[in-house]
Design a protein around this ligand. Structure first.
Ligand SMILES: CC(C)(COP(=O)(O)OP(=O)(O)OC[C@H]1O[C@@H](n2cnc3c(N)ncnc32)[C@H](O)[C@@H]1OP(=O)(O)O)[C@@H](O)C(=O)NCCC(=O)NCCS
Length: 246
């Protein structure tokens, strides 16, 4: 893969502070079922190649993992490009921590305070990756709008059920907000829908602002912008760096 080439596309959506890129899987012309095509393979570091090979060959998970790595690397590259740094994809290492949260390493970005914080979401048709300045919190989640939610609806709190009954938000809006908020904290929802109550829903011109209460820190409320682009529901949780704590 040559410097400057991207598989993903810039997605101009959400807060100005957050960079988002997307890969539309249907538009991919390459077949990554057997091996990552040369252009994608060159994007991976040696360690990432090992991980790719450890996944079941030809599985949807293997493809999902590969596209996720590409999207994450490219959102870091785009973030760096905005700061005057031209990076190749294999300059950026994507790791996951013990909770499964992705983070980037890139020695070439030490001069700009290190790589951005990142987040990833995929469904069967699209992969989205987000990046924001180091020290901030970022969590992203995307779902198809027609996802079934009957089971989830039973896990809502009475207040959340009221939001749905009043048509302030759909069950899926609330779920996406919880997924994005928990990813921003690096813990992930892991099915614990009721542990992360929605505190408020506010209608905005572009979508909804949904505030999710933290299960681990009773004073913490995470703001999630929930948007409805085309046939999807997209949640973006962004919290600026805490300047006082720096
Ligand atoms: C994994 C989870 C964070 C999001 O899952 P999801 O909404 O179904 O899937 P998405 O595509 O939106 O997000 C998956 C990505 O979230 C990221 N992620 C995983 N754990 C994370 C965490 N603790 N914090 C932040 N991001 C996380 C990863 O990048 C993952 O993609 P990858 O595995 O290819 O690297 C989790 O909340 C979940 O719901 N998992 C479903 C299955 C489950 O309950 N598993 C329990 C395992 S103990």
């Amino acid at each position: 893969m040559q410097l400057g080439q991207f598989v993903s596309q810039d997605w101009d959506i959400g807060p100005d502070e957050v960079l988002i890129r997307r890969i539309d899987i249907a538009q991919m012309t390459t077949d990554s079922q057997v091996a990552p095509p040369p252009s994608m393979g060159a994007a991976l570091t040696a360690d990432e190649h090992v991980t790719w090979q450890s996944l079941t060959a030809g599985s949807s998970r293997q493809q999902e993992w590969l596209l996720g790595r590409l999207a994450l690397k490219e959102v870091v590259r785009a973030w760096a490009q905005e700061r005057g740094h031209q990076l190749a994809s294999n300059d950026v290492e994507i790791h996951i921590d013990e909770e499964g949260a992705p983070y980037a390493r890139c020695a070439l970005l030490s001069g700009v305070g290190g790589p951005p914080v990142i987040s990833l979401s995929h469904n069967s048709g699209v992969v989205v990756a987000a990046a924001a300045e180091p020290g901030s919190l970022i969590g992203i989640d995307i779902e198809y709008a027609d996802r079934r939610t009957q089971v989830l609806a039973r896990a809502l709190t009475p207040m959340e059920t009221n939001f749905v009954t009043a048509e302030s938000a759909s069950v899926l809006d609330l779920l996406v907000a919880k997924e994005a908020a928990t990813k921003a904290l690096g813990v992930g929802l892991r099915g614990a829908v009721a542990r992360w109550p929605v505190a408020s829903v506010t209608a905005l011109a572009e979508g909804l602002l949904i505030e999710v209460s933290s299960a681990s820190d009773s004073g913490l409320v995470l703001p999630v912008l929930v948007l409805h682009p085309l046939d999807t529901v997209l949640g973006i949780c962004y919290v600026a760096p805490d300047i006082d704590a720096a």
